[in-house]
Design a protein around this ligand. Structure first.
Ligand SMILES: [Zn+2]
Length: 318
């Protein structure tokens, strides 16, 4: 089974020299399956309020880019930069491992200083998936924190067009509802929530309500299941989520939109309470789905096929 995980915070965790990572090359290779990991660059926006905060953030971002290059070189990852790379992933034989692929993404674009060409810069650095904001707002859009009446700015609308043209996949995981619907109205390509669950199953503003899930499905996109306990079970239940909660969200979403609009977005190394311990346990999700009423093809779609379809639609050749 091929697997695509649309979000982890491993690059920041590497910068912070965290121990016992939830995703690592050594762990993923034990899975013995072709694996494409999206690596998000996340500079906490709070750093901008420090003295020299902008320069510190620029340094952190370039540190993450360098770590990404170093890691992918060292372990011969194939970087997904265009359609041919996603086809290479698709065509990788299941029994050829370790077969590791990577896609560079950015979670929140806070360093543009309002300059649209910053998006071109990110593209030139290999970024192929982008969310305009993390939780707080910026020049492009409003995140889940703050004014619920604000959505995409004029700059944000132009940036969205640019992303559509360049072949950068748009991620709405941290967008507020207004930004979400602005993107839905304007995007000419499928868009995704890389790491967000069902708000009906677990009421959290980082999750998506039924209409949002249907809207993503209409665009041709997907929502990637996040393994973070707080997005899987309500806080009042006072327990850490487990694999059954992951399955509950998948079951709910597949009843709502079908299996063509669901993916995986672990949030590994950005979460302390994970429903599965680390990347070595992804096979538990696959096995749990296969035990239920899902055909092998449907499980393949959820684990990788849907994202393959979307990336082929969004990215450019080459
Ligand atoms: Zn996130």
């Amino acid at each position: 089974m091929h697997v695509i995980d649309a979000h982890c915070d491993t690059l920041l965790a590497m910068c912070e020299k965290k121990e016992d990572m939830q995703y690592s090359y050594d762990k993923v290779k034990t899975l013995k399956m072709p694996y494409l990991q999206f690596f998000a660059m996340f500079c906490p926006p709070s750093i901008l309020s420090y003295e020299d905060g902008y320069d510190k953030s620029v340094n952190l971002l370039s540190q993450m880019m360098n770590l990404y290059d170093k890691m992918t070189d060292e372990h011969s990852y194939i970087k997904v930069l265009g359609i041919k790379d996603i086809i290479a992933f698709e065509e990788t034989k299941e029994d050829s491992y370790p077969s590791v692929f990577s896609l560079l993404s950015i979670e929140g674009v806070y360093l543009s200083k309002g300059d649209l060409s910053y998006v071109d810069y990110l593209y030139s650095k290999g970024v192929r998936c982008l969310s305009f904001t993390w939780n707080p707002s910026n020049e492009f859009a409003q995140g889940v924190n703050g004014n619920t009446g604000n959505g995409l700015t004029v700059l944000g609308k132009n940036a969205l067009k640019k992303c559509n043209n360049l072949g950068i996949l748009i991620d709405v995981s941290h967008a507020n509802d207004k930004t979400f619907y602005d993107i839905a109205a304007l995007s000419e390509k499928p868009f995704v929530a890389t790491h967000s669950n069902s708000r009906h199953v677990c009421s959290h503003k980082r999750n998506l309500d039924d209409d949002m899930l249907k809207t993503i499905a209409r665009s041709g996109g997907l929502a990637g299941i996040n393994y973070f306990s707080d997005f899987l079970v309500e806080k009042e239940k006072n327990r850490v989520a487990d694999i059954n909660d992951i399955i509950k969200h998948i079951e709910y979403m597949s009843a709502l939109t079908g299996t063509k609009h669901i993916g995986l977005g672990s949030d590994f190394d950005g979460i302390d309470k994970s429903a599965i311990k680390n990347v070595t346990k992804v096979s538990d999700i696959i096995n749990a789905l296969l035990k239920l009423n899902y055909s092998e093809e449907e499980v393949r779609d959820i684990c990788s096929g849907n994202m393959i379809r979307i990336l082929k639609e969004v990215m450019q050749d080459g």
